[in-house]
Design a protein around this ligand. Structure first.
Ligand SMILES: Nc1ncnc2c1ncn2[C@@H]1O[C@H](COP(=O)(O)OP(=O)(O)OP(=O)(O)O)[C@@H](O)[C@H]1O
Length: 453
């Protein structure tokens, strides 16, 4: 039997034995160690308590009679230190009353002296099975009680889980944040999630793409303007205590960057053409798909602003680093587009999902969204099949080699074809089978054609 926690295979189950009789204490410890448990020994209530303070035990086996008190008192104290510890009480043979008392006080089970090892092993198996179920159940209850704060964000891959955790922590503050990620990874979605989970969630969320407006319009939109008898408040003021999301911050002209730095550093700004400053109290979330440090090096990004923004930076991983999210995202987008297009498509076949998981996704989640929209349009039945997907998705629409030489063209095609199959079937044995090649021939082709895996 492996005595590792099922919920976390890296953690060995920790048992504390509190028993003053050396023979029982040592033989129990030896037996439990041989069963794969990590054992700590103590001889009294006092020592038991101090061990419990040092380590989170999963189970404690306590003698009912200890030199400085009884096992039940010890159990109560231990439950105060670590409420999730399970306790087995060892009672003298035939003392039913103390066993009943132990149960009443919260013991999981009891053992009678002399301890029969087979009996003990069975009880431990039961305790740990129950404990795992109990903890799992508690976790589920907690999750149900606290609805997903990021329910717009689809996916449960490990990188996304870690990201959501980070975002949850940062959202709770009012700090400015820089989101870095390739196009279409969901930077705006995450910015909205930070706002919605933050203390100012009832205030405004205002977004501006810094790359899509002429500089004068952009400055007026951001900081306000009082020129020409017309007053424009500017979103840094309009947002109040809410959030302003500045998308593609690298497109901000240098002069505007300086103005933004001032607004962040001094929490005040002035409208163009105006004479009075106003207070900036919003959270500013910026995003970029570019390497800002390189831009600083090239003299195209204000160094001080870079260090200001880089302080609280979150990297959004590209979709190819979290392929496990694809099935959930596909379900989400199929439902969305089916509803909008009034189609009766409900899912994608497993073959389609496999193909989608082998594509490159340079345009990330946005590209997947668009691919599924097209597939829903093309689909005649209720399930998306590979033929409904955009043909260029798997490299089939890649340009032909710019040579008329048949041998080079064949080599080019061979390379594309093997790359596609390997993406779809990363297990080389399976890929070789599909290609109808021997495994060693496949390795040779990978080498000869310089296929990057
Ligand atoms: N995890 C996700 N779950 C659901 N939808 C997502 C997810 N990630 C991205 N999307 C969707 O993908 C699309 C692109 O996301 P978004 O606009 O937030 O990306 P972006 O990184 O800001 O892109 P750009 O850099 O091009 O501005 C949006 O429709 C968004 O709702």
């Amino acid at each position: 039997m492996s005595n590792r926690l099922s919920s976390d295979p890296a953690v060995v189950r920790q048992i504390l034995i509190v028993e003053d009789e050396p023979i029982i204490r040592n033989t129990l410890a030896e037996f439990l160690s041989s069963e794969g448990y990590q054992v700590t020994k103590a001889v009294s209530v006092e020592e038991g308590i101090s061990r419990a303070r040092e380590k989170d035990f999963h189970l404690a086996i306590c003698d009912i009679q200890l030199p400085d008190g009884d096992g039940i008192k010890l159990m109560r104290l231990m439950h105060k230190i670590n409420p999730s510890v399970f306790v087995l009480i060892i009672t003298a043979y035939g003392t039913v009353e103390s066993a009943v008392e132990a149960f009443k006080a919260g013991a999981f089970d009891y053992l009678t002296k002399p301890v029969i090892f087979e009996d003990l092993a069975n009880k431990l198996r039961r305790v740990f099975e129950y404990r795992d179920l109990y903890l799992e159940n508690q976790k589920l209850r907690r999750e149900l009680a606290q609805p997903n704060r990021f329910d717009q964000i689809v996916g449960s891959s490990e990188p996304l889980r870690v990201l959501q955790e980070t975002i949850g922590k940062i959202a709770a503050t009012h700090s400015n944040v820089l989101l870095v990620g390739e196009t279409g990874t969901g930077k705006e979605l995450f910015a909205r999630a930070i706002h919605s989970a933050g203390p100012m969630r009832d205030e405004k969320f205002l977004a501006v793409n810094c790359g899509t407006r002429p500089i004068e319009l952009l400055e007026a939109e951001l900081f306000g303007s009082e020129a020409g008898g017309k007053t424009q408040p500017g979103i840094l003021r309009t947002a109040g205590g809410g959030t302003v999301f500045l998308d593609e911050i690298a497109s901000l002209p240098m002069g505007t960057q300086t103005k933004l730095l001032r607004a962040i550093e001094y929490q005040e700004s002035m409208p163009s053409g105006g004479a009075e400053t106003y207070t900036v109290s919003c959270r500013i979330i910026t995003s970029t798909s570019e390497d800002l440090l390189r831009l600083v090096g090239d003299g195209n990004f204000e160094e001080d602003l870079f260090y200001r923004l880089d302080g609280v930076k979150i990297r959004i991983p590209p979709l190819r680093e979290r392929l496990d999210d694809i099935p959930e995202l596909v379900d989400h987008f199929v439902a969305k587009h089916s509803r909008a297009l009034r189609k009766r498509v409900v899912s994608a076949s497993s073959e389609t999902i496999r193909l989608l998981m082998s594509a490159q996704w340079k345009g990330n989640v946005r590209q997947l969204d668009n691919a599924i929209e097209r597939a829903v349009i093309m689909c005649d039945g209720t399930q998306i099949e590979p033929g409904d997907l955009p043909p260029d998705l798997l490299g089939l629409g890649q340009p032909l080699p710019d040579t008329d030489d048949l041998r080079s063209a064949l080599r080019h095609y061979e390379r594309l074809h093997i790359t596609r199959v390997l993406r779809q079937w990363p297990d080389k044995r399976e890929a070789a089978k599909r290609l109808k090649l021997g495994l060693s021939s496949l390795y040779r082709k990978i080498e000869e054609l310089s296929i990057e895996l």
